[in-house]
Design a protein. Structure first.
Length: 234
């Protein structure tokens, strides 16, 4: 098979608190095949929680979830590990967690899940890919979404947790981060507090290119910014 049938992207993100400086980091790679399938591999560290998260997550050419694997350690020890499979009528999860032991989950759905949130910030940028730019002046609602955990750091589970989200587009911006200067699309991610049960401020996301590479994320709830520190595209 020719080398150019695959594309690879690699990067590192720094987690920066407004007052405490660097509080974590994320190394990620993205591979793309000739059919348009993309796989994200991310390792996330959050120092305060002694949290380590390993994620492998694949989407199809429409950016819809295909399958995923998540392994989570909290306070330096095993929290859980789960495998996910997504289809147009079913979400499956095979899991082992510290709290619940070994279990299987099946969640029936009316249509293919629109997005999966496994909590890498590179994954958050990917989540904007489902936004319809033909309706870019509208705040768009996506109800059929899945996450591993509803905590801010994704420190529980991992399991099937259904959720919904809103995405809005706020224009093109050229921004500079440690990895360089990039022309980005600026999105905001928000939620309906009456539906999801929390009143959080929006997450601000700046994504680069049609690959939706994270350049910058800002979330006032955690008083933190997440900045791309290095990027390699081959």
């Amino acid at each position: 098979m020719a080398k150019d049938q695959f594309q690879f992207i690699a990067g590192k993100v720094l987690y920066l608190h407004d007052h405490r400086g660097e509080v974590g980091r994320e190394n990620f790679t993205i591979s793309k095949d000739k059919d348009g399938f993309k796989t994200l591999r991310a390792t996330c560290e959050i120092d305060e929680d002694q949290l380590l998260r390993d994620v492998i997550y694949t989407v199809n050419k429409k950016w819809l979830p295909v399958d995923a694997f998540v392994r989570l350690s909290v306070n330096g020890s095993f929290q859980g590990t789960s495998w996910y499979n997504f289809s147009e009528n079913l979400i499956e999860c095979e899991a082992i967690t510290k709290d619940a032991g070994r279990f299987s989950q099946k969640q029936k759905v009316d249509s293919w899940p629109m997005a999966f949130g496994a909590h890498p910030v590179a994954n958050d940028a990917w989540g904007c890919a489902i936004f319809d730019m033909n309706k870019k002046n509208e705040k768009q609602c996506f109800k059929n979404c899945v996450t591993t955990s509803k905590t801010p750091h994704g420190s529980t589970g991992p399991n099937i947790t259904m959720t919904e989200k809103y995405i809005s587009f706020h224009g093109e911006e050229e921004i500079t981060v440690p990895a360089g200067t990039f022309k980005t699309n600026y999105f905001q991610l928000s939620w309906n507090k009456d539906v999801v049960g929390y009143d959080w401020p929006p997450i601000h996301i700046w994504a680069y290119s049609d690959d939706f590479i994270i350049i910058k994320i800002r979330w006032d709830h955690l008083e933190s910014e997440y900045l791309l520190n290095s990027l390699t595209i081959t």
